[in-house]
Design a protein around this ligand. Sequence first.
Ligand code: GLA
Length: 419
Amino acid sequence: MAPSLLSASSWAAAAVLLCVPFRASALDNGVGRRPLMGYSTWNDMGCEGLSSAAVRATADALVSRGLAALGYRYLNVDDCWALPRRVAGALRPDPNKFPEGMAALAGHLHARGLRFGLYTDRGMWTCGAKAGSEGHETQDAQDFASWGVDFLKEDSCNAPGEPRQAIGQFALMRDALNATGRRIHFALCGWDPWYAEVGRALGNSWRVARDVNGFSELWNAVAINSRLARYAGPGAWNDPDGLIGSSKGSRVHLGQNESRMQFSLWAVMAAPLVLGGSPARMSKFDLATYSNEEVIAVSQDALGRQGAVAWQDCPVRNLGDLADEAARGRYSTPPACVQLWARPLLGGDVAVLLANWGTEPATASIRPSNMASWGFQGGADVRDLWAGAGLGVRPNGLYVNISGHSATMYRLRPSRLMV
Ligand code: GLA
């Protein structure tokens, strides 16, 4: 049996709660059957740049730049939309930022074929010191439903991190959302790998690591998520945080190769594809990255299996150490090493990714010997998803040069499936 991610006592607490029959598990809300695709305001607008006008312009850009048609339909308004709460009062949008109110904004998005996402916190205050939902779950869920909200992220600032209490708070909001009768994608934001064991019963996705704001955080989130594949599936996904583009004007950005590497990894890991940069100001490079339909097809594959590391020369670290490093905000530099990832797809194809975490170029191979357990004893027909080209039947696999901080990605059809 796999070792538990929770300590014995915290697992016992979680198990007690899990034994109580939930009125409806997250899987019963029918949403999130594929990893969510959309955009979040957080890394783009933060608090200061957030406004109804900016959100409307973003909605237009999602549509006009073809991103909505590719599946990026959720426009998620993150922290700082609300005022601090009046005692016993309802959540109120900041009238300077959202003068028309949230229902009108939702209507605007829905009319464009988009879905409306909103943010709250399970504590009294959000990370940005706005009103959270603690003690107001029923009232807030009803307001969200009446406004036309399709997605809710619930954050964990100013709230207990201890599993029993955290699970109890998320369960309150889950039940309150279920009671509204509206199908609302529920995204837990608790920044810890232990959520993977209980997440499926609570929500449609759960953050497994801290905020990814750079390449070292990216390595940490991937190292954590690589251990959690068995918990993901249709309706319930591990969430290693949003996508970071390469546009230098964005609040948070990566290098070009790094951003494409992240997108490739997120597709293989069946992670939510939530754009963090402005769709209106998105560079041609980023637009090409996020519009790669063959990579999107891997992400959205109906089998819904999260990919796993099939081979690596990266050091395998203790999950607790990785989580502690992130909690302290002291990330180690990614090691100079290569990982080979594989994700089984419906119909027998396999998505394969080679990730070079080092800064220097590296050589790696996809061979029958390191892919044998994936059915490649007889070789495969290979398609390069970033070159957009078939590489032909490779009975002995292929050797690849990978630039530093980069990934290459393929779709393989095992020879036994070829006619
Ligand atoms: C936390 C979350 C982020 C974002 C901010 C908003 O840090 O992890 O994703 O929502 O709060 O304040």
